[in-house]
Design a protein around this ligand. Structure first.
Ligand code: ZN
Length: 207
């Protein structure tokens, strides 16, 4: 019989390699490699926040969140807790971005509480979410990331270093368009059903 493992609080993991989460203060842990080996993304085990660059202050996370909307009362966000992020890992469309953070519904609820707001609603955005699932699927086969959606201005493209790789990426993106779309549509619908869709609009109310 195995002895009971002692409860280890997350704080024990805090250190220079595990800076505190700007939303909830718990230590961040390595999550997935960033595109083209440009670093390691971290995530918070408590609120789910994804941190793509160095961690920051709560105000940094709030400012990044507000880049997703015009007035601090509604934002569009790519869900780090989505089925597509889970399935694609380091190929997830949300990693090819100039944003510092990738949010989850829970991390957003906690974050906006700092400015006396509550999340009053969250709505799945079908078109962009399905495109996100599709692009994440294509990213599994390409050197760079977000080649097609980047070309259309729907995401930030991360292009491979060598010309032949970029050429192959274009070819693969076209060749796999339909096969991956056939898989991506039902998968994203399933994600939405599980409340783990790829992209949502969140609305806030001031308390
Ligand atoms: Zn956190």
């Amino acid at each position: 019989m195995k002895p009971d493992l002692p409860h280890v609080p997350l704080e024990v993991g805090a250190g220079p390699d595990n800076p505190p989460c700007p939303v909830c203060g718990e230590p961040l842990f390595p999550w997935v490699p960033l595109p083209l080996g440009t670093g390691m993304a971290h995530r918070c085990e408590a609120c789910g926040l994804g941190v793509l660059s160095r961690s920051g202050a709560t105000s940094d996370a709030l400012a990044d969140l507000d880049r997703g909307g015009p007035n601090g009362l509604t934002v569009v966000f790519e869900n780090r807790d989505s089925l597509q992020a889970w399935l694609a890992g380091s190929a997830w469309i949300g990693l090819g971005t100039d944003r510092a953070y990738r949010f989850t519904p829970d991390s957003i609820r906690r974050l906006v509480a700092n400015r006396d707001q509550i999340m009053s609603g969250m709505k799945w955005i079908p078109g962009a979410s399905i495109v996100g699932m599709w692009q994440s699927g294509v990213n599994l086969f390409t050197f760079g990331q977000n080649i097609a959606t980047g070309a259309l201005g729907k995401a930030v493209a991360v292009r491979a270093g060598r010309p032949w790789q970029r050429g192959l990426d274009l070819f693969i993106s076209v060749a796999l368009t339909i096969p991956i779309a056939i898989i991506a549509v039902p998968l994203e619908l399933l994600g939405a059903l599980l409340h783990r869709g790829g992209r949502y609009r969140a609305d806030f109310e001031v308390l």
